[in-house]
Write a protein of this length. Structure first.
Length: 149
């Protein structure tokens, strides 16, 4: 289970790279990016084939990022997650949030072996100042004792 301190550490990072937003703008990666921006986070999209996403300049890889990022949000299939966490550790990104469905045992193991801070199995929108259905979902999880301790 993810520890509360790790969740808080990631959420305290003000600049996030997001891998998994699409050019079409309808994927969960886009929704999460927009919500994080609304909450005051700086979000830098990473996509191998896009010039920009949601009006933000996009970078083709983590190694091309112009600025240091505090955390990485992954909203991609597990096989892609494995590649991206390896690149993250090579470029010095030490905090990773694997959105539900992006996790793989190999990627999780790599993060632990590299000493990276990791959140997985949790929805970022339940924790980053949740609103609407995510706020209700968080309340229910708190009631059931499922929130990180």
């Amino acid at each position: 289970m993810t520890e509360k301190a790790v969740v808080e550490d990631l959420l305290n990072q003000r600049t996030w790279a997001v891998v998994g937003a699409s050019r079409g703008g309808r994927k969960f990666g886009n929704v999460a990016s927009r919500e994080l921006r609304k909450k005051g986070y700086r979000v830098i999209p990473v996509h191998p084939d896009a010039e920009n996403i949601d009006g933000e300049r996009c970078y083709r890889s983590l190694s091309e990022l112009p600025d240091e990022v505090g955390a990485l949000l992954l909203v991609v299939p597990p096989a892609e997650t494995e590649k991206v966490v390896r690149e993250a550790s090579e470029t010095g990104i030490g905090r990773v949030w694997m959105q539900q469905g992006a996790e793989s045992d190999s990627a999780i193991r790599h993060c632990h072996e590299q000493g990276m801070s990791l959140v997985h199995g949790e929805c970022i929108l339940m924790y980053a100042a949740p609103t609407g259905v995510h706020r209700l979902h968080r309340w229910v999880w708190r009631l059931l004792g499922k929130l990180p301790q």
